[in-house]
Design a protein around this ligand. Structure first.
Ligand code: HXC
Length: 258
């Protein structure tokens, strides 16, 4: 493996990626992002893995893009190199579910990375924010778009314009995170939730992820049609027969991803 800025582990068919730049609050530099998307792509291609978890440290999930690395860049550098676009698109190409397990700071690009995951489990210590405005810039990986869809215009606008942080309780109340968990149980709980997903029929899991994500991209009528067609398509899988037989025979299903 030989990663420098992340640690990678597998547990119960779950791929666990831990962001690891303790000296910089897990700030997202180019190397970390390159390693992260490489590790996720490897887990996505690995048939023994059914879901992934991205986490950070107790102090920080990630405190944003690396400000020291960004400081010398010009407009020409960022535009010519299409800063952060390849990593953004690589994250979206991952077809298996990714859970963000957030403790401590998830700020700027850190908050945006968490929002690019399929759902967020937050420790009671989590703090979310888009403080780019304090640096004379603005979000570049979804803070003005995904956050607005998740928490609504008023709260997203306030957070983006003032840089105010949101604690875990407010994040749960406003729909940014699915659940709040005591910090010392966060990783175990996230891995256990991911393991539950990994135990389901893999094709149904991928189709479900695609359908929920489609709801952000299309009209209700088109989204409902897409959902129903995917539902129909799953009747072409062996796992549909196995899942329904298992229910009728009062046993647990053994899905094979076929
Ligand atoms: C580079 C960072 C960093 C960052 C923290 N550090 N955040 N380095 N980029 N985003 C470094 C600090 O410089 C310091 O290094 C060390 O981590 C510890 O941080 P402290 O500030 O001393 O810790 P603390 O006082 O506990 O404050 C924690 C903090 C603060 C609230 C998270 O560090 C902070 O405000 N960080 C910046 C948050 C931010 O503005 N994020 C948005 C970035 S822009 P030294 O060497 O001094 O010990 C962005 C754009 C996204 O994300 C665009 C698309 C990706």
């Amino acid at each position: 493996m030989g990663y420098k800025c992340i640690q990678v582990d597998t547990r119960d068919h779950v791929g666990l990626v831990t962001l690891h730049r303790p000296q910089a609050m897990n700030a997202l530099n180019a190397e970390l992002l390159r390693e992260l998307v490489e590790a996720l792509a490897k887990f996505d291609a690995d048939e023994t893995i059914g879901a992934m978890v991205i986490t950070g440290s107790e102090k920080a999930f990630a405190a944003g893009a690396d400000i020291k690395e960004m400081r010398p860049k010009s407009f020409v550098d960022t535009f010519r190199d299409d800063l952060f676009t390849p990593e953004h698109n690589a994250m979206l190409r991952v077809r298996k579910p990714i859970i963000a397990a957030v403790a401590g700071y998830a700020l700027g690009g850190g908050c945006e990375l968490a929002m690019m995951c399929d759902f967020i489990l937050a420790a009671d210590t989590a703090k979310f924010g888009q403080p780019e405005i304090n640096l004379g810039v603005m979000p570049g990986l979804g803070g003005s778009q995904r956050l607005t869809r998740f928490v609504g215009k008023s709260k997203a606008m306030e957070m983006n314009l003032t840089g105010r942080f949101m604690d875990a309780e407010e994040a749960e109340r406003s729909g940014l995170v699915s659940r709040v968990i005591p910090a010392d149980k966060l990783i175990d709980e996230a891995v256990s939730v991911a393991a539950k997903i990994a135990d389901k029929a893999p094709l149904a899991v991928m189709a479900t992820k695609e359908a929920v994500n489609r709801s952000y991209e299309t009209t209700l009528a088109e989204g409902l049609l897409f959902e129903r067609r995917m539902f129909h398509a799953l009747f072409a899988t062996a796992d549909q027969g196995e899942g329904m037989d298992a229910f009728i025979e009062k046993r647990s299903a053994k899905f094979r991803g076929e």
